[in-house]
Design a protein around this ligand. Structure first.
Ligand code: FRU
Length: 484
């Protein structure tokens, strides 16, 4: 009997035990970030979906709280699971759920998946509210608040649209690959405004929409960005797309036709990402589920828990000749408490260089000039016969993440994979930030222009790190490894 290695990440969110998938109800209120999450209170695979709850003041250290929204039985004998959704701070008590003058009431807007013995009946939108900072919750007696009698209508993201002093809901008509937009003044009655979709990648259902206004770097301009979690059945593409455009309070108009989809992350394990409502200083912070439905129920995390979230990512946009490009960067809070474990500068690499560092929990920065090299590799979580390889191909200008020899890849035939994305050099240089956290690798290339997120399950603990250059010499301008 082999012991399962410890795969529970240290600085990424995981539930204390059992299963999680999507992050839900991300909202900042009264000095705390609230994180709710799709949760099975009874097991470590998908089922009995409910909302778990945690809070944090720094987005990295989470305080686990009791179950917020449990599944329930309906009067007609059907049952409702609590699917994904969002939460808002009802500052003006527009819903009337709170005591007069209360400014910190929380309202959750979730999809109820109504079923009989798991046979789907409807998916419709519902409310729950909490007047005590999310500690206890009541379900609204007149639920549902939005019902199309549809089996594929889910994941409402509600936000406050200040220019028209109203709530706006973006919700997915999943099987039609469309986002529907509704408005409300009290969160209880919703009026249809418009719909948009069937663009980009439409091979699979559209889930977890999120419409937010994001700042353009170095400008006063802001643009609206619509996020959609999708993917395709062959899993040839990553799961999340984004569309940049305008929103006038009524409808979303993309800047381009998006015949070529734009993806958020190019690894296999970034899905169902959504952003915090009401975050201070208008921060836009994205959190994704580090997993893939193809094998999510099988990942060998060891039985107690299953599922984790990405590091919270600060979003901005960058103006390019092609339009606006999404930039993601780990929140600055991640640096807190880090210590430098190793650093070097201006190092020439001809063949193989073993970095004098061992570990599987780190935050690494690398700036590299491939010069004459044809291929450059950064090998992580390495032992004699295991490694996760980040490879840069100079002639293709592509970055790939290869986990085919990363450890346990046999638990599901879909798991062993190599993902690749085009990352052009800038002034002949490649800049990488690599976060490793036992079973999670997150790569941010060229200061957050492209990201790749993958799960890995190394069986050995050696945690070696090495760098190799083939076809010629490369120069490492900077290599810095921080740990905690
Ligand atoms: C996305 C999703 C959502 C749904 C939830 C159910 O991963 O399928 O569309 O609300 O998971 O757990």
């Amino acid at each position: 009997q082999k012991e399962t290695p410890d795969y529970r990440p240290q600085y990424h969110f995981t539930p204390p035990k059992n299963w999680t998938n999507d992050p839900n109800g991300l909202v900042y209120s009264d000095g705390k970030y609230h994180l709710f999450y799709q949760y099975n209170p009874f097991g470590n695979q998908w089922g009995h979906m409910s909302w778990g709850h945690a809070t944090s003041t720094d987005l990295i250290n989470w305080n686990h709280l009791s179950l917020a929204l449990p599944e329930y039985n309906n009067a007609d004998g059907s049952e409702s699971m609590i699917f994904s959704g969002s939460a808002v701070v009802d500052k003006q008590n527009s819903s009337g759920f709170f005591t007069k003058g209360q400014t910190n009431g929380l309202v959750a807007i979730y999809t109820a998946f109504v079923h009989r013995n798991l046979a789907p009946i409807y998916q419709h939108q519902n409310l729950a509210y909490s007047g005590d900072d999310g500690k206890t919750w009541q379900y609204y007696k007149q639920n549902p608040v939005l019902d199309l009698k549809s089996k594929d209508f889910r994941d409402p993201k509600v936000f406050w649209y200040a220019p028209q002093q109203k709530w706006v809901m973006t919700v997915s008509k999943a099987d039609r690959q469309q986002a529907y937009f509704y408005e409300s003044h009290d969160l209880k009655s919703w009026k249809f405004m418009s719909r948009w979709g069937r663009a980009g990648n439409t091979a699979r259902v559209w889930e977890c929409p999120d419409l937010i206004e994001v700042s353009v770097q170095g400008e006063k301009t802001k643009k609206w960005v619509l996020f959609i979690s999708s993917g395709n059945p062959q899993e040839l593409y990553p799961g999340m797309q984004y569309f940049v455009g305008e929103f006038d309070g009524k409808s979303f108009k993309p800047d381009q036709a998006y015949e070529e989809p734009e993806y958020v992350d190019f690894g296999k394990d970034f899905f169902a990402g959504v952003t915090f409502n009401n975050a201070p200083n208008d921060r836009k912070i994205l959190l994704g589920w580090v997993n893939d439905w193809e094998y999510a129920n099988d990942i060998p995390t060891g039985g107690e828990w299953r599922g984790a979230f990405s590091v919270p990512r600060e979003l901005s946009l960058k103006r390019t000749a092609k339009g606006f490009e999404l930039i993601q960067w780990p929140v600055s809070e991640l640096k807190k408490g880090q210590k430098e474990a190793f650093s070097t500068q201006n190092l020439k690499v001809t063949s193989n260089y073993e970095v004098p560092f061992r570990g599987n929990i780190f935050d690494l920065e690398l700036t590299l000039k491939p010069q004459q090299a044809k291929v450059f590799e950064l090998k992580l979580l390495q032992s004699t016969d295991e490694e996760t390889v980040l490879r840069y191909d100079v002639s293709e200008q592509t970055l790939s993440l290869d986990r085919t020899h990363s450890g346990n890849v046999s638990f599901n035939p879909k798991f062993a994979s190599v993902e690749k994305v085009r990352v052009p050099l800038k002034d002949g240089k490649l800049q990488l930030r690599v976060l490793a956290d036992k079973s999670i690798i997150e790569v941010f290339a060229q200061n957050g222009e492209k990201t790749l997120t993958d799960l890995v399950f190394p069986l050995k603990k050696e945690g070696k790190l090495s760098i190799s250059s083939s076809g010629g010499e490369s120069v490492i301008n900077l290599l810095k490894i921080n740990s905690w």
